[in-house]
Design a protein. Structure first.
Length: 396
């Protein structure tokens, strides 16, 4: 009855089911998975979205790759980070997810494959299957920081058409280094692969000097660098994403021409947000700065709290707004997160949600309000550091 391109229907996530039951019973949940900046008390300028209702919103004159004024605004925003981008190399979409969908249409035929990092956010399996494309993982390995395991990458089969990067990665927070990008480009040139670099969190570097953003734009290989308002402006609701097409001619021009046909088929980006893009991007710092302040403050609080729980290790954070915590394997990640939710009413992500290679990890968001974060994270560390038998004795 349903297309086999859809991911298999899985049983409802046990954490989702347990949370729903608790909330139905009136129990307040401390949510350390919240990743929506509009839901955590961040202050936004009252008039930030005013340009969405300006005169331009009433005039519909679609341009498949995006309105010139919006593409120019995106190029100017890249200049803020020191990157020179030709507006004619920019393609607008409604989101990075839509950009992935267009790129899989562009680069792959049914049955082809793309390489995706592991661990990473569990999105690619769904996006690739909906395009009849296979996702094949390559590994990130931890040696004091997360790095690309090139052995797993070069073992890829012949049907691979592209390698996906997420920099900084979600949830590991690791940036792709120049050395890694150069080495990957050499492999991609030899094998005829394109590179898709997801840099939606690039504005949120932490504890890293001169982070490697726009990591593939200048490389001599066909590349697509993704960004968007959801993270850069903290505005997931306005639905504006972009990609920069890079690499040598004539490949770049052919890719842009094909993307124009794909984008023209959907014309998905709204006129109001495109017309407002110059204002929104020019004022982006008024949102990014308080988000950065929140992330840095909660990370400092987490490090201070963790000093009292040496059994738990906070892994380094280079960027983004997630924190990975290695916890004792007293119980499985699923058991830990379920018991934490049911007993302490704190919700965290288990590591397996992101395909970590082994247990035991949990992942928390650095966005919640500070007082809520401190209370919930302290309870999480205490609970994770306590063996199950001790919890049972305490309960009796």
């Amino acid at each position: 009855m349903f297309s086999n391109r859809l991911p298999p229907h899985a049983e409802i996530n046990p954490l989702t089911r347990a949370r729903s039951a608790l909330e139905t019973a009136g129990v307040a949940i401390a949510d350390l998975t919240e990743s929506n900046p509009t839901a955590v008390g961040i202050t936004y300028p009252d008039d930030l979205l005013g340009m969405l209702g300006a005169d331009h919103a009433r005039r519909y004159a679609p341009q498949p790759l995006g309105l010139d004024v919006a593409r120019a605004a995106v190029a100017s925003d890249y200049a803020r980070r020191g990157a020179h981008v030709d507006p004619q190399q920019i393609v607008l979409s409604a989101s990075s997810s839509e950009a992935y969908s267009w790129l899989f249409k562009l680069l792959c035929d049914p049955g082809d494959a793309v390489l995706v990092p592991q661990p990473s956010y569990p999105l690619f399996e769904h996006l690739t299957r909906l395009e009849s494309v296979e996702s094949i993982p390559y590994h990130l390995v931890y040696h004091g920081r997360w790095e690309i395991d090139f052995l797993s990458l070069t073992a890829a089969p012949a049907n691979v058409r592209a390698a996906l990067l997420v920099s900084p990665n979600n949830p590991t927070g690791s940036f792709v280094t120049k050395e890694e990008a150069d080495r990957l480009a050499e492999i991609c040139r030899a094998r005829g692969w394109a590179i898709v670099a997801d840099e939606v969190f690039a504005d949120y570097a932490i504890d890293v000097k001169n982070p490697r953003t726009e990591c593939v734009m200048g490389l001599d290989v066909l590349s697509f660098t993704l960004g968007g308002a959801s993270k850069s402006l903290g505005l997931p609701q306005i639905k504006l994403g972009w990609m920069v097409v890079g690499g040598p001619e004539p490949e770049r021009s052919r890719a842009l021409a094909a993307l124009e046909v794909i984008a023209d088929t959907f014309l998905s980006v709204g006129t109001p947000v495109q017309g407002a893009a110059p204002s929104l991007l020019a004022r982006g710092g008024s949102v990014r700065d308080p988000i950065r302040h929140r992330i840095a403050g909660n990370l400092a609080r987490a490090r201070s709290l963790s000093a009292g729980y040496p059994a738990c290790t906070l892994l380094p954070v280079e960027g983004g707004w997630s924190l990975v915590v290695r916890v004792p394997a007293y119980r499985s990640e699923e058991a830990l997160t379920l018991e934490l939710l049911e007993r302490e009413h704190v919700l965290v992500h288990p590591g397996y949600f992101f395909d970590f290679p082994h247990e035991a990890y949990i992942v928390v968001s650095l966005l919640p309000p500070p007082d809520q974060f401190v209370d919930a994270f302290a309870r999480t560390l205490r609970f994770a550091s306590t063996p199950s038998s001790s919890l049972s004795e305490h309960k009796r």
